[in-house]
Design a protein around this ligand. Sequence first.
Ligand SMILES: [Zn+2]
Length: 128
Amino acid sequence: MRACPCGSGAPLAQCCAPLLDGFARATTAEQLMRSRFTAYALAQVDYLMETHAARTRPPREDVAGSADDATFTELQILETTEGRPDDTRGTVTFMAHFTAGGKTSAMLERSRFEKVRGQWFYVDGDLP
Ligand SMILES: [Zn+2]
């Protein structure tokens, strides 16, 4: 079985796939972060749009461009604050490894998440 791109060690079918397919919702900010990384890795642009807070959501072509231009290879979760099932906001600091244009690169970001009516959304991110 294919390992989940998010690096959890679990098979994709038992990890992020149910979220990407709409059969389950992320219960924590970290779970949403992981599923969004997997969505980037699999170029699931719909999921990236749906899980981005409306007020900060970029144009679809920008999201599709990021997903298409880079091959996302590894996610490292460095730190999380709040973001638990009972919280309504949280942050996840991560390093995302990818290749683009034949070059290996990595992006460090502290992402902010919020939960609205029981659903986690990505809001924005900055350098930790
Ligand atoms: Zn996963």
